[in-house]
Design a protein around this ligand. Structure first.
Ligand code: NAD
Length: 253
């Protein structure tokens, strides 16, 4: 039997790189998948690329409570509950020195990663039961600091606090909560960050610098992150909760 046969999986940021790769893998493993993202057009493109009758889409801003309730309701009314919640939506925010750092970035970035993950958990949990799994995409930026990455790095650290607290609250219900920590991934999101970081380090090639800091010598691929999400989503990780899964080619070793 497929690893996620008939499991209902909700993936936020599902039209993006890691979310889409994860949706593809979960569908191949028998899941019913709702992808959530900001824009209808991006969701329509994703749906076309995935081409599965077990896929549904819902446009929502994960930072909005009403829209969160609506995407959870969409999964529940269609399939009866939620087995896996993958809080994966993300925005990068600016990179720059602290004195010039824009104050509103602390709100716009937190809104997606921290408030968005919190709201997803709050609204999905009433529909989850024993065996359920919540996965929050943090980052290696949630494990250590980088100069200038103030909003993103602190938001990614904060997600661990949410995960750890919630894991302890829902363990007795048989529901697991973990964070996933990708290192740099070869996609547009990371390219944007590296462009900004390159400016901060005086015009250097941030991509080459990153590769030189990764023992495996390369960026990850979205499908490699998806494999790790599959592990956390599935009964293969039945005794894993409150934990951090680092997928970074040795970057933080
Ligand atoms: N790309 C990397 O190298 C990398 C590394 C570590 C962690 N991450 C994390 O992985 C996750 C996925 O990133 P990705 O690399 O696939 O980037 P991506 O930009 O391809 O995907 C992120 C998706 O989130 C969506 N999104 C943003 N704000 C939203 C909101 N308010 N409501 C709903 N959806 C929203 C975007 O529209 C986009 O489709 C993010 O949380 C990111 O921080 C990425």
């Amino acid at each position: 039997m497929a690893i996620l046969q008939d499991k209902v999986c909700v993936i936020t940021g599902g039209a993006g790189s890691i979310g889409l790769a994860t949706a593809r893998l979960f569908l191949a493993e028998g899941a019913r998948v709702l992808i959530v993202d900001l824009k209808e057009e991006a969701l329509a493109e994703a749906a076309q690329a995935l081409g599965s009758e077990n896929l549904a889409t819902q446009a929502a801003d994960v930072g909005d409570a009403g829209q969160t309730q609506a995407y959870v309701d969409a999964a529940v009314s269609r399939w009866g509950g939620v087995d896996v919640l993958f809080c994966n939506a993300g925005n990068a925010g600016p990179i720059g020195g602290i004195e010039q750092y824009p104050e509103d970035a602390m709100d716009t970035v937190y809104r997606v990663h921290v408030r968005g993950s919190f709201l997803g958990c709050k609204h999905a949990l009433p529909h989850m039961s024993a065996g359920g799994s919540i996965i929050i995409t943090s980052s290696v930026a949630g494990l250590g600091g980088s100069p200038g990455v103030y909003a993103y790095a602190t938001a990614k650290h904060a997600q661990i606090g949410l995960m750890r607290s919630l894991a302890k609250e829902v363990a007795s219900r048989g529901i697991r909560v973990n964070t996933l920590h990708p290192g740099p991934v070869d996609n547009a999101f990371q390219t944007g960050i590296e462009k900004d970081f390159g400016v901060l380090i005086g015009g250097g090639d941030a991509t080459a610098l990153m590769n030189s800091m990764i023992p495996m010598g390369r960026h990850g691929r979205a499908d490699e992150i998806a494999q790790s999400a599959l592990y956390l989503a599935s009964p293969m990780s039945s005794f894993t909760t409150g934990s951090l899964l680092i997928v970074d080619g040795g970057f933080t070793a």
